[in-house]
Design a protein around this ligand. Sequence first.
Ligand SMILES: *Cc1c(COP(=O)(O)O)cnc(C)c1O
Length: 446
Amino acid sequence: MTTLTALTQERRLVTAIPGPKSLEALKRRTESTSAGLGMAIPVVIERASDAILLDIDGNQIIDLGSGIGVVNVGNSAPRVVDRVIDQVQAFTHTCFTVAPYMGYIEVCEKLNALTPGTFKKKSVLLNSGAEAVENAVKIARHYTKRQAIVVFEHSYHGRTNLTMALTAKNMPYKEGFGPFAPEIYRVPMPYAFHWMGNQATITEDAIEMVTSKIEKEIGAHNVAAILIEPIQGEGGFVVPPKGFLPALSKYSTEKGIVFIADEVQTGFARTGNMFAVEHENVVPDMIVTAKGIAGGLPLAAVTGREEIMDSVHVSGLGGTYGGNPIACAAALGVFETMEAEKLVERANHVGQILGDSLRQMQSKYSVIGEVRGRGAMQAIELVKPGTRDPNPEAMSAIVKYCQSKGVLVLTAGTYGNVVRFLPPIVITDELLKDALGVLEEALASL
Ligand SMILES: *Cc1c(COP(=O)(O)O)cnc(C)c1O
């Protein structure tokens, strides 16, 4: 076994993007992989450490996407790598529901302790965010003996059949993939930047719209769960106005509805708290996690109140791979890294640099309609100057420019006009500032 030394944390271009080797490899990609798969940057990766991706042409690219908010602790974080190597040598699989092992139990103990709420909690582990959302819905329906699920405009919950139904946006997630699962009800989301009503009363007005819709169109007594992302991810980093999440949570409790926070993208220090609901002291009945949980190994979880999680009959939950021992070892390495490197604090520091820099760019470039987000999860919404009309062309131009200079940024948004920033939380100040300098050049080049 060879041990690789970590890559230097600096941007370095030795060819155009994509370089000749990537171009050749991408021809094989086109020949061999489904045309239904997208690609954010046209390079092929050979290695990565922390916030640097090395492509097969030798270019070092700054990663401001973390593989969609996954490698919060950095790519190939040492504590994750060590634990994974030890585990893969010890055993690779038994199936937890066939013969249990400690890694699964330890991850659940940790999740039960880390998630908000002083009541007794239990967890179940799955493979992906979508699978975890499906399980949260299954459990909430089983527990309440009700069927309706309330979700929001601009929401994203995954790509399986049930989670497509829970997701708002048609293109590209749902188009042609129906029929969709029934008993899903979509209610308005207070998206302040596009809110037609009074900004001063947005929280109260949105709560009134949501609860009135629930009561008149569904019947609160038929609602098993209200499912919401505390900051919407794919929808464009939409942050609900202050007071909205607490009011929803309170309403759910009053009506016997399970309040589920989908923290798949916001969880694990990303927003400057371990979980995004903590910014408003909201305590969900159930929390769904995935992405940042295991440093890139496939793992997801549902954590919730003991009485809800235990309401399911034996063998009502499970799956062959859920909570695979290697993924669990990686998660334990992630938890260890978050504590040792104080990543919650670090996310606030990253957020300060990001936010200050983006707001300063907003004051100079009128194409930035809004800067929003929390901690190391921030975005800019691009508009036609002087309006709130979406400017998807500016988004494409910015992404292209950044790529050509070796900076990977991701997009988002119902209107296809949001550039989002999800750097590894361990990114150095120097690297982040270098990337933001490139972003500013991109804005200046428009
Ligand atoms: C990515 C995401 C999911 C789906 O997770 P997968 O692991 O891709 O299935 C669900 N909810 C949110 C908020 C997400 O960001």
